[in-house]
Design a protein. Structure first.
Length: 576
């Protein structure tokens, strides 16, 4: 979307409060904030996103400073003692130079302003993808925020002086410099100018230290810490699954689990109580019926509540491998067609996802899944056995129905690519088993609930690193029965992409590179999925696995996460 304002951000109007007082300024502010995550595949989209990042960070900082002064503070000596500002990934990283700029306006010199900023701010890294570590083109940045760029230059100059002081070899400076190769590296600035950097799952944090930002870890060995993500049980269990919440309260004879989720652990000893397990299964069936009715109304697809509900809901990205799940469905379809009278387990595969506006490959995968859905759901020889649904407009309201109804949680990212995930925790809390790789918080889920109660497959991080050195995607196709047919169906006329070339591009990407090892991990994934189908035939044993997962979900409360941030990063003492 194109902004109606000039490229250059009007610092003067913003600083003087004219964005509130002026009708024209209000109009510009409204334009800037109208669309969240604009398509940044064009320069206009990039400029709008940069304006958004600046607008919200600066407004927040100015609000903090106004309140600080209103409390009677005559200088900013105590600002960092009273404020902890968490940069949630690099999108708000402009807060670093902006706070320095605002402090200088108040008469604070650069060095003191940098010190206050560094002591006030901490940075959460949410990605292991190099391309997701935000880098702004220097000329584009200067065209939008010319008054802010000199502060980034000064921060970078300060860093260079320290690199010299620390005697860091200049050949290694590319691992640190904020401004280099005509780009502004927001992650490097976020690491350098904050007091703590944290990952969001144990394996993610380890990979930050050993791979993604290992040079920074060597420089600041105590700066990178772990704070595993969490979810709020108030929404994702108490509100969205009142039936299961009531069961938990009844069995624990208390509702204190609502604020102390680790109390769920006491339920583990009830896994063999037939009455408790039967009630758990009845609740799962009730939630599946509710979801089936909701999907029938919204998507006009009839699904069987007695089938396995196998659900993958998350952002659409190649590394999350929605395509591998789709390939499994395609392969299963082919096997059913070859032997329709065999003893197949009924299954419903549900996808929910949104893709970045300019992410062409992700859009191609969405198109493919929908074409596959049409093929499966309209085939009378197959559609009594399997169904495929891609829910429209996946969001929180839909999620509150999907998580409680899930039997199987799909967490199948390429090992070493998922920082943490929180959907995996929401599924676990509602009694689903995980089919997944040893990636992100899956590792900790398995530690808590046991590998035997989940379905782990695929290469681990070290194997992925080794395989990447010498990988021929066609070798996986040759050795894996049925995979060639599935892959070739992208281009042999089985599915239509309306002559867009989408499916040809998917095919080429897989055959030539398969960057995320969809083909390499497919056979292992299929074995795990087929085991799920087999295990589901013993309903009680299968749901016992889900019950054990739910009982061991206590670690993943956001209460624990926030408390760890408060103690380890924000240094906030708990009030008695």
């Amino acid at each position: 979307m194109e902004s109606r304002s000039n490229d250059k951000f009007d610092f003067k109007a913003f600083d003087e409060g004219k964005y509130i007082d002026s009708v024209r300024a209000q109009d510009e502010a409204e334009t800037i904030s109208r669309i969240l995550y604009p398509n940044d595949s064009t320069n206009e989209g990039k400029k709008l996103r940069l304006k958004q990042q600046y607008f919200f960070t600066s407004a927040s900082l100015q609000d903090l400073m106004i309140k600080y002064k209103a409390d009677g503070h005559k200088n900013f000596d105590d600002f960092s003692k009273l404020h902890s500002i968490q940069l949630n990934d690099t999108h708000p990283a402009l807060a670093i130079p902006e706070l320095i700029r605002l402090l200088e306006k108040e008469g604070v010199d650069f060095e003191k302003a940098f010190d206050i900023t560094q002591k006030s701010m901490a940075y959460t890294n949410h990605t292991l993808l190099a391309e997701a570590l935000e880098v702004w083109n220097k000329e584009l940045f200067k065209s939008v925020l010319p008054n802010l760029y000199p502060y980034i230059e000064e921060i970078n100059s300060r860093l260079i002086a320290e690199l010299r002081e620390w005697k860091i070899d200049e050949n290694e400076w590319h691992n640190f410099l904020i401004i280099q190769n005509n780009g502004i590296h927001m992650a490097f600035m976020s690491i350098y100018a904050t007091r703590a950097v944290n990952g969001v799952a144990a394996i993610h944090t380890d990979l930050l230290k050993t791979d993604v930002i290992s040079a920074w870890h060597r420089l600041f060995p105590d700066r990178i810490v772990n704070k595993t993500n969490g979810i709020t049980q108030r929404r994702w269990l108490l509100q969205s699954n009142p039936q299961l919440s009531e069961l938990i309260t009844d069995q624990l004879e208390s509702n204190e689990w609502v604020t102390e989720l680790d109390r769920l652990k006491a339920l583990e000893g009830m896994q063999d109580d037939e009455q408790v397990l039967d009630r758990f299964i009845d609740i799962k069936r009730e939630k599946k019926k509710e979801l089936a009715e909701y999907i029938q109304f919204h998507e006009e697809v009839d699904i069987d509540p007695d089938s396995i509900f196998d659900i993958q809901i998350k952002r659409l990205h190649e590394y999350k491998r929605q395509l591998m799940m789709a390939f499994y469905i395609s392969d299963l379809y082919n096997r059913i067609k070859a032997d329709p009278e065999a003893e197949w387990t009924k299954r419903t595969f549900i996808f929910g996802a949104k893709a970045a506006p300019g992410y062409y490959m992700a859009k191609s995968i969405i198109k493919y899944i929908n074409e596959l859905s049409n093929r499966v759901n309209t085939d009378p020889e197959v559609n009594d056995i399997i169904k495929v649904v891609f829910v429209e407009n996946y969001g929180v309201s839909y999620a509150e129905r999907l998580f409680p109804a899930a039997d199987v949680s799909e967490q199948i990212s390429t090992a070493g690519k998922e920082a943490s995930g929180t959907g995996n925790m929401k599924f676990m809390l509602n009694g689903a088993v995980t089919v997944g790789t040893m990636d992100g918080a899956n590792v900790e889920i398995v530690e808590e609930a046991g590998r035997e109660n989940n379905y782990i497959f695929g290469m681990e991080v070290e194997e992925v690193v080794e395989k990447r050195k010498n990988y021929d995607p066609t070798s996986a196709i040759k050795r894996t029965p049925g995979l060639k047919t599935v892959v070739e169906s992208l281009v042999d006329g089985t599915f239509q992409d309306n002559n867009t070339g989408m499916f040809q591009n998917l095919y080429n990407n897989l055959i030539q590179e398969d960057q995320y090892f969809v083909l390499e991990d497919f056979e292992s994934y299929r074995e795990a999925q087929d085991q799920i189908a087999q295990d589901f035939k013993d309903e009680k044993a299968f749901y016992r696995k889900g019950f054990i997962n739910m009982a061991n979900a206590g670690k993943f409360s956001s209460d624990r996460t926030v408390e760890e941030y408060a103690k380890g990063i924000w240094h906030i003492a708990k009030q008695q």
